[in-house]
Design a protein around this ligand. Sequence first.
Ligand SMILES: [Zn+2]
Length: 274
Amino acid sequence: MLLLRHGATALLAALALLSLGVPASTAAPGPGVLVVSYEPGETEADQAEQQFLEQNEVLESAAAHANALIGLPRDVSLTALSCGEENAFWDPETETIAFCYELAGAYRSLFTELNTEGSEAERSRAVDDDVIGISNSVVFHELAHALITLYDLPITGREEDAADQLTTLMLAGDSLHQEYAVSAIEAWGALALASERGDVAPDPADEHSLDAQRYYNAICWLYGSDPNAYQGVVATGDNPDGVLPESRATRCPAEFEQIDQAWGTLLEPYLKTA
Ligand SMILES: [Zn+2]
């Protein structure tokens, strides 16, 4: 079972700052929470993912992290199920976040290709950890869509980018979730490489930013959340293995601060700060 540390998050830190200058809002965190359920997987592969997610309480842990921080106006289902496609999505009609077993399976394949070092047991453990990490990231991304609908939050720019930004905030506050963020970054990096190689054609019409952009954004924002801790990701003359160009890196702490302040302001009435 995973142990979640509900330490002060970046969001809460932002809230503490905001509360100094912002008049008290009449809105309050709603009584609702994310409620996890697992529907029976419809294929053997889906059943294997179902068993993995249930045994490791993956969605339960993600839900607990979110529920400790944010109040929803009413309960929202976070349902794992066979969808017939590799996907996760927020359905505003049924007010449900769907997490497809096929998506976990697709990420498992991806991470199996990426984790090639160590014994078989070590590789298998690393893949499991990465699937847990990206699954958390996916839940927080979909939670952002849910919050935008349920609280009618005003978003400028692409909602998909805003959802990725909330995901970073949910992950940047403690070391366990920071590792989850790294799993997501590795996945975007691998997907970006696949489209660079021509394995998968990038789709500029897609509502999401391109995988390469999501990759660099996620690195930038995580680095920006704690530049000292993540100094090693910045490419410099002394650190040619760094992946984040210095020209972007210099902007990242301010980017993170802006994201933190924006989401902190939007969610301020709905945060459980007690
Ligand atoms: Zn999305």
